[in-house]
Design a protein around this ligand. Structure first.
Ligand code: MG
Length: 416
């Protein structure tokens, strides 16, 4: 069997910069979604990807090799942040897939995802490292609540924030016809799983498939940067030598972090198998899974998230973390720009309005891309938040305009 790859990235309709980065150096493929605001977010994802690129993992590399590579990428981001005050607190998600012949290993940290399409069924094989997803797994919150939760973008595990990180590792046997998809949340926040499945099924050519997926995310609102890699397991021989394609590592431009409204399908990622028809999925990866109470890592990470958020604990500049967050929400019925995160914990508001617009929030919420407005639409920086406002205003103006008064379509008023 051989692996063919397609890869695409797009800044989206709202952000000014693309903070996602990607890597296509067979047998290693990866996407990373930087966070931390300009310029740190793009630096974080690019440093992680370059570190992985430098690994030059050989054919036959093991799960352990991949795990170690990810740990080194973590330390590279951590060191870069420690060495420059302007980069403090930066971090990145990472999904790395080592895929060759009839097997793949996926390592992941954060809320970028991997999916497997097999025999017409799409399965998410990573489980988001988010605060709300941990609560779902512990049975303390339903998936539906999690999908709407104002803190759904708060990550519990990120590359580069702590000196050591434990990636989840998922091993799979690849079958002919399988499609392995890895992507940043700019795809999953905008495009539903059924639509992803239909696109993958309808487009056997991996490069065309990624282009269609990216296009779908942008057309659905493109609120975040979007990066997608599709690996197709096909009949045929792997090329004997493994030529490194030109321009293999691609570090994208600027922004992109968590987004609003992530539709989260049933999490797999935990341990072992996925049922008869499903792929054999084995999770390994240190202390990750085992859904038993008292697993120190998860408890600590959830607790860490809360402490960091509430107290602004110093560990990774918690206060700076909250202060460095921006989102667009609703205030007194109007669209507004907030600094902080859209949450209240123990009666403590973690955000404040910095700018109120004259755009009625209810008008915006009638439009599909902005339905999550009252929960908060995450931005990477204040300029990003303002760019979101511009887009909302534009969309609202268009929608409220009486039909037939203009024939002008998208882009008529100076969209980029
Ligand atoms: Mg993102």
């Amino acid at each position: 069997m051989r692996i063919r790859a397609g890869a695409a990235t797009h800044v989206g309709r709202v952000r000014q910069r693309n903070e996602d980065s990607q890597l296509v150096t067979p047998p290693l493929y990866a996407v990373a979604d930087g966070m931390g605001g300009a310029p740190a977010g793009d630096v974080a994802s690019a440093v992680a990807i370059r570190s992985l690129e430098g690994e030059d993992l050989p054919a036959g590399a093991t799960d352990h090799d991949l795990s170690e590579a990810v740990r080194r990428a973590n330390r590279a981001v951590y060191a870069a942040a420690a060495g420059d005050p302007a980069l403090q607190g930066m971090g990145t998600t990472l999904v790395a897939a080592l895929a060759e012949a009839d097997r793949a290993v996926v390592a992941h940290v954060g809320d970028s995802r991997a999916y497997l399409l097999r025999d017409g069924a799409l399965q998410q094989i990573t489980r988001d490292h988010t605060y709300v997803q941990e609560l779902v797994r512990e049975g303390r919150m339903s998936q539906e609540q999690a999908d709407r939760h104002p803190s759904r973008s708060v990550l519990t595990r990120v590359l580069g924030i702590e000196e050591e990180v434990e990636p989840d590792l998922i091993s799979l046997d690849l079958h002919q016809g399988d499609r392995l998809l890895i992507c940043t949340d700019g795809l999953t926040a905008m495009v539903s799983d059924p639509e992803i499945r239909r696109t993958l099924e309808g487009e056997p050519e991996p490069q065309k498939a990624v282009e269609r997926l990216v296009e779908a995310a942008v057309e659905a609102g493109g609120v975040d940067n979007v990066t997608v890699i599709v690996l197709a397991a096909e009949e045929g021989e792997e090329p004997g030598s493994r030529p490194r394609p030109p321009g293999a590592a691609v570090a994208a431009g600027p922004p992109g972090t968590e987004t609003a409204g992530v539709p989260v399908p049933p999490a797999a990622g935990t341990a072992t198998t996925t049922g008869a028809a499903g792929p054999r999925v084995t999770t390994d990866g240190g202390d990750e899974p085992e859904p038993t109470p008292g697993r120190p890592w998860v408890r600590r990470s959830v607790w860490t998230a809360v402490v960091v958020v509430v107290l602004g604990a110093a560990a990774f500049g918690g206060r700076a973390y909250v202060r460095g967050q921006w989102y667009v929400g609703e205030s007194n019925g109007l669209v507004a720009v907030y600094n902080g995160i859209p949450a209240t914990v123990a009666g403590y508001h973690l955000s404040s309005v910095v700018e109120t617009t004259d755009v009625p929030a209810q008008f915006a919420e009638r439009l599909q891309p902005w339905q999550g407005l009252s929960d908060g639409i995450t931005a990477d920086s204040r300029p990003d938040a303002e760019a979101i406002v511009v887009q909302i205003r534009r969309d609202v103006t268009r929608a409220e305009r009486p039909p037939a008064s203009h024939t002008r379509k998208n882009g008529g008023s100076g969209s980029e």
